[in-house]
Design a protein around this ligand. Structure first.
Ligand SMILES: CC(C)(COP(=O)(O)OP(=O)(O)OC[C@H]1O[C@@H](n2cnc3c(N)ncnc32)[C@H](O)[C@@H]1OP(=O)(O)O)[C@@H](O)C(=O)NCCC(=O)NCCS
Length: 168
């Protein structure tokens, strides 16, 4: 299993992975819209030369108080081909993705999803850091991981995703 940055020849396969994992086109379209944006990057999981997983990160902003030069990224979406799920590929994508976020100079990552799944990577409810999601979602489903200790201290507000996320 190889985890590496997404490259242009991967685009069609990445679309297939997202459509198969989510069983609809919305997330695949979102990935296509996000691609090439500022501070946006994606990794793929490759097995036997086939792309079986994909993860994307894009910048989010805090509406409210925000420290100077704070770079926050949103993890979304992540997808693994159904027949390859529950084999640790999602875990590898997240672990490599978070490492890439650190190298990118990002101070914290937010994610909207199942708390049981993301807790294992160290994500905690964002509300504990005074941050809410712009979307009307269960409080515990919106999580944050500080990559630089104390980066979020004193901050509060509402996290805004890129406009490309609208209507997903
Ligand atoms: C979520 C997803 C990327 C996880 O990938 P994966 O390769 O199956 O994950 P892993 O093998 O690393 O981890 C599997 C573990 O996560 C749990 N898990 C997997 N998908 C989950 C989900 N959607 N919600 C909650 N837990 C999930 C499993 O219970 C399993 O736990 P266990 O090992 O204790 O049994 C994959 O299931 C997927 O593509 N789902 C459809 C798309 C989706 O919902 N994406 C997330 C929202 S953006």
């Amino acid at each position: 299993m190889e985890i590496r940055p997404e490259t242009p020849p991967d685009i069609a396969a990445v679309r297939q992975v997202n459509m198969a994992a989510f069983q609809r086109e919305n997330e695949a379209n979102l990935v296509d819209r996000l691609r090439g944006g500022t501070a946006t990057f994606a990794l793929v999981a490759v097995q036997s030369q086939q792309i079986v997983g994909h993860i994307c990160f894009s910048p989010v902003s805090i509406l409210g108080e925000q420290g100077e030069n704070l770079l926050l990224l949103g993890l979304a979406p992540i997808a693994v081909l159904p027949e390859y799920q529950r084999q640790g590929i999602g875990t590898l994508l997240i672990q490599h993705g978070l490492k890439a976020c650190v190298e990118f100079g990002c101070q914290a990552v937010v994610v909207l999803g199942d708390p049981q799944y993301y807790m294992r990577f160290g994500f905690i409810p964002a509300i504990q850091k005074g941050l809410k999601c712009q979307y009307d979602v269960p409080e515990e489903a919106f999580m944050i991981l500080e990559l630089v200790g104390g980066a979020l201290t004193g901050g509060s507000g509402t996290i805004q995703y890129r406009p490309e996320f609208m209507n997903v």
